[in-house]
Write a protein that binds this ligand. Structure first.
Ligand SMILES: NC(=O)c1ccc[n+]([C@@H]2O[C@H](COP(=O)([O-])OP(=O)(O)OC[C@H]3O[C@@H](n4cnc5c(N)ncnc54)[C@H](O)[C@@H]3O)[C@@H](O)[C@H]2O)c1
Length: 260
């Protein structure tokens, strides 16, 4: 094996990565693993992400938690200023913050529909735009990774979640659109579409009815949900120079869920 081959190909050393909604769930694990790959981490969250910062620091990494609601343009701009104050640059964004409601068309209010789109789609747009401004100003070749979902490709059953599904379909096409728009600025934009991943959003009885967990089991060809860690290899690859010609694609990581 060639010495340092993998290290040189995938290292994020010297890079600064922003992960949104990283106080728990997928975002927390992604932030930890980007730090393990060498990146200094910034987190945008609505109520602080001290636990994630401690986790990263306990492993010798660097992280800063910034209060920023991703749907608020001013808060996101202020958050970007804070990243520049702390680290002086930004190379990688993982647009992860999101919400899901299981409500049908006659149960969800229009406000709830709008809120879901606002957080999952408009929030990712605002963060991508403000990050791109910073990258372009500093002449940094950036990588933006949007978290979409298989729900943007198929309709999950048996729960009704039209707002979530629509928001994630939007994330995928926004990803391709922004990739084309930002290509001459050397900013790549890709998305990841996870299947069911075990996080508070998908297993916590406060968020998901236990009957649903039972109903999902026979639909999973690999007979289990993924752990958040199982997304990190692809995210590190998309963040690194190893994916330098990968742009505007959506990568499905769903344990075959959408194959059958
Ligand atoms: N868990 C799954 O099965 C699954 C599958 C496919 C896609 N996803 C997507 O992965 C991402 C992370 O999901 P998760 O399962 O870790 O969920 P989660 O609920 O555990 O975490 C989401 C985080 O986003 C934060 N957040 C929500 N709105 C925000 C806002 N406006 N500004 C800042 N932070 C905000 C929440 O506070 C929370 O910490 C979401 O985009 C979700 O849609 C999850």
């Amino acid at each position: 094996m060639k010495e340092n081959y993998l290290q040189e190909m995938f290292t994020l050393e010297g890079k600064v990565a922003l992960v949104t909604g990283a106080g728990r769930g997928i975002g927390q694990v992604v932030a930890r693993d980007l730090a393990r790959a060498g990146a200094d981490i910034a987190i945008f969250s609505r109520s602080g992400a001290d636990e994630t910062v401690k986790l990263i620091e306990s492993e010798g990494g660097k992280a800063v938690s910034i209060i920023a609601d991703c749907t608020k343009e001013d808060a996101v701009r202020e958050g970007m200023k804070k990243i520049l104050e702390v680290y002086g640059k930004l190379d990688i964004v993982v647009n992860n913050a999101g919400v899901c409601y299981h409500k049908g068309i006659f149960e969800a209010s229009v406000e709830e529909f709008r809120e879901c789109l606002d957080i999952n789609l408009t929030g990712e747009y605002i963060v991508a735009r403000e990050a791109a401004r910073v990258m372009i100003d500093l002449g940094i070749p950036g990588s933006i990774i949007n978290i979409a979902s298989i729900s943007g490709r198929i309709v999950n059953i048996p729960q009704n979640q039209a707002a979530y599904n629509a928001s994630k379909a939007g994330v995928m096409h926004m990803t391709r659109s922004l990739a084309v728009e930002l290509v001459d600025h050397n900013i790549r934009v890709n998305s990841i579409s996870p299947g069911y991943i075990a996080t508070p959003m998908s297993v916590d009885p406060n968020f998901v009815e236990p009957e649903l967990l039972e109903a999902w089991k026979p639909l999973m060809p690999m007979h289990r949900m993924a752990k958040p860690d199982e997304l990190c290899g692809a995210i590190i690859w998309l963040a690194s120079g190893a994916s330098s010609y990968t742009n505007g694609v959506d990568i499905v990581i769903d344990g075959l869920y959408t194959a059958i």
